[in-house]
Design a protein around this ligand. Structure first.
Ligand SMILES: NC(=O)c1ccc[n+]([C@@H]2O[C@H](COP(=O)([O-])OP(=O)(O)OC[C@H]3O[C@@H](n4cnc5c(N)ncnc54)[C@H](OP(=O)(O)O)[C@@H]3O)[C@@H](O)[C@H]2O)c1
Length: 292
């Protein structure tokens, strides 16, 4: 299949490209700042409507896996214009372009569309974002539903894994610090569903290959506090657990509010997909085996 991947330099995007190429797909790897040398690399700012539309209609992909986003949650709070243009408006343009070119659109959304008061959210639970990042991603979801013809909204949570660019995520940040014998703080009162980038990429490619539509929670299968997650990471990489110190949400000077429990219920994906959401233990084992 011909697949266009936005955010091909990102934590998830580069894994999608890597795995799609291994499976024999024709892949167009769209990035903005960090060059990618896999598939057919294309440098493009998705906020540039004209170039975006021209690129999609030139390629006419069978599927667009739209992973690109302004993912800095505090940054979105401070730079609302950029957050809106990248996460909401560009997603609308991609949805329109996908409909025009008969491409299946897969939009990667987030657990942060929920307010975190319930936890283990189901696909049809009512979103109620409490920060601007979550608000712009929810608007992106609404545009996809309105403008794309064939679509899947794949929501995920706290992505981790080895990156292409060296940009840190919670897991790699923790591993770096603990390897250098530095203490880190991890929060005991925030619950999430940590998701290994490789596991997510496999689920996304199955969605493309089987033409799956609708909303699907594609996250890790284990709900944990950030603190428990940090301890598991330390254990999996044979690092000193004593360096992980408990903290609470109120100790962290975030600009944007965070949901208390935005964990996702992944039963639908577990039933539907062959590439199952992995438990945290399984995923950490996988990460340990991956080269970096
Ligand atoms: N990370 C998480 O914990 C998390 C949790 C839930 C949902 N999500 C969602 O999952 C998706 C993937 O996240 P991620 O962590 O893989 O992201 P990431 O590593 O932060 O990468 C973001 C990607 O978006 C690209 N990008 C940003 N602005 C762009 C623009 N204006 N034009 C073109 N490309 C642009 C970046 O390209 P350059 O680097 O080349 O500029 C990069 O490839 C996002 O949609 C995010 O909202 C993430």
């Amino acid at each position: 299949m011909k697949i266009l991947v936005t955010g091909a330099s990102g934590l998830v995007g580069h894994k999608v490209v890597e795995i799609a190429l291994k499976k024999g797909h024709e892949v167009y790897s769209l990035y903005r700042e960090h060059a990618v040398n896999m598939g057919v690399p294309l440098m493009l700012d998705i906020a540039d409507e004209e170039k975006l539309l021209k690129t999609v209609s030139r390629i006419k992909p069978d599927a667009i896996i739209h992973t690109a986003a302004y993912t800095d949650v505090d940054g979105c709070e401070a730079n609302r214009g950029i957050a809106w243009r990248v996460n909401a408006d560009a997603t609308k343009k991609i949805a329109l372009a996908s409909a025009e070119n008969s491409s299946h659109m897969i939009f990667i959304s987030t657990d942060y569309v929920f307010d975190g008061e319930k936890g283990l959210y189901l696909e049809d639970d009512k979103p109620n974002p409490i920060n601007y990042y979550g608000f712009t991603k929810l608007k992106g979801e609404e545009f996809v539903k309105e403008y794309a013809a064939e679509w899947c909204i794949a929501r995920t949570s706290v992505i981790y894994g080895w990156s292409l660019t060296g940009k840190l995520n919670f897991a790699t940040w923790l591993i770096n610090n603990l390897r250098q014998g530095r203490e880190i703080k991890a929060i005991t009162d925030q619950y999430v569903s940590p998701t290994l980038n490789t596991n997510l990429a496999q689920m996304l490619l199955e969605i493309v290959e089987r033409n799956i539509t609708g909303v699907l929670h594609t996250a890790g299968a284990t709900r944990v506090s950030r603190y428990e997650y940090a301890l598991k990471l330390a254990e999996a990489f044979s690092l000193d657990r004593e360096l992980v110190k408990p903290a609470t949400m109120s100790d962290i000077p975030w600009k944007a509010k965070r949901p208390r429990d935005s964990s996702l219920n992944v039963s639908k994906a577990l039933n539907m997909l062959n590439a199952k959401p992995l438990s945290l233990d399984q995923a950490l084992q996988e990460m340990g085996k991956e080269k970096h």
